[in-house]
Design a protein around this ligand. Structure first.
Ligand code: G1P
Length: 296
């Protein structure tokens, strides 16, 4: 059985939900406290044992490449000022594993973005991590999936239950058998109408996939939202190979929409030793002032 060594991080989306902030800056560079969202994803991949990462970028995404490169002038400046802790932080992102880049020339959807990385992947199982989902867990989410991949020797998708009225925002799986947190997948459907959702188990942006998936992505069939969907290709894969879904442990944060982004920032700041006290004091004050207004 081949080990999972390579990961694809699609980062070519237009980031329209965050306009105008994303007009000249990739949404993947928006920071949660002091770290760009994409760095959390890259760190998870590395902590899970991934050795090579390919980021699928698009127009206006150069800042991502610069972020994971050396910043000579900045590093010199910090060094001369004796700001060694900050220097280490800046250097961390450039010392990470080998990161490669490929451009998705047209925004044709997630399935197409993954397909763009096919030559880099070759004939090996690989991981996909989506930047809109940050997961905080004792064992990194991708590592949990890798452990299941080693057991099942099959593709494994990370899932979590969501409220029924949110199923239309996700890829949803229908399981045929379950053993603890592991499900064998019978069907998958991308963003079904609420009443059509076959369950409430939603795909949460983490995948281990067999290279056979490229056979189906190559067909470039258009799916939900007029885009080439990864979920549709996995559905076809599941008809010829076993596909599993794993309800991973940990908290998943949705940083792909405004409210989720704000809540993630608050949560992460509350876990930061310098920020938690003043932030908690501030939140308590704001909430008690709101309560006072409500009682007027
Ligand atoms: C993508 C996938 C979807 C998955 C979701 C998780 O959708 O297509 O299956 O449930 O990510 O965040 P997107 O949110 O990019 O439209």
């Amino acid at each position: 059985m081949k080990r999972v060594k390579k990961a694809i991080i699609p980062a070519a989306g237009l980031g329209t939900r965050f306009l105008p902030a994303t007009k000249a800056m990739p949404k993947e560079m928006l920071p949660i406290v002091d770290k760009p969202t994409i760095q959390y994803i890259v760190e998870e991949a590395i902590e899970s044992g991934i050795e090579d990462i390919i980021i699928v970028t698009g127009k206006g995404k150069r800042a991502i490449e610069d972020h994971f490169d050396h910043a000579f002038e900045l590093e010199q400046n910090l060094f001369h000022k004796g700001k060694i802790e900050l220097l280490k932080k800046v250097q961390e992102s450039s010392k990470m594993v080998d990161i490669h880049y490929i451009r998705q020339k047209e925004p044709k959807g997630l399935g197409h973005a993954v397909w763009c990385a096919r030559n880099f992947i070759g004939n090996e199982p690989f991981a996909v991590l989506l930047g809109d989902d940050i997961v905080q867990a004792k064992t990194p989410c991708l590592k949990q999936l890798m452990e299941q991949y080693e057991k099942t020797k099959s593709s494994v998708i990370g899932v979590k239950p969501v409220p029924k009225n949110e199923t239309h925002r996700y890829g949803i799986i229908k399981a045929k058998a379950a053993s603890g947190r592991l499900y064998e997948v019978e069907h998958l459907v991308e963003k079904p109408e609420i009443e059509m959702a076959p369950s409430n188990l939603a795909i949460m942006g983490r995948y281990i996939l067999s290279p056979e998936i490229f056979t189906f992505l190559a067909k470039k069939e258009i799916g939900a939202g007029g885009e080439i969907q990864l979920t549709d290709a996995i559905e076809q894969l599941s008809q010829i190979e076993r596909v599993f879904a794993y309800h991973f442990e940990g908290t998943r944060y949705d940083v792909g929409e405004k409210l989720g982004f704000i809540l993630t920032t608050i949560d992460f700041a509350l876990k930061n030793s310098d920020l938690k006290r003043p932030l908690r004091d501030y939140l308590e004050r704001v909430l008690s002032e709101e309560a006072a207004i409500d009682n007027l």
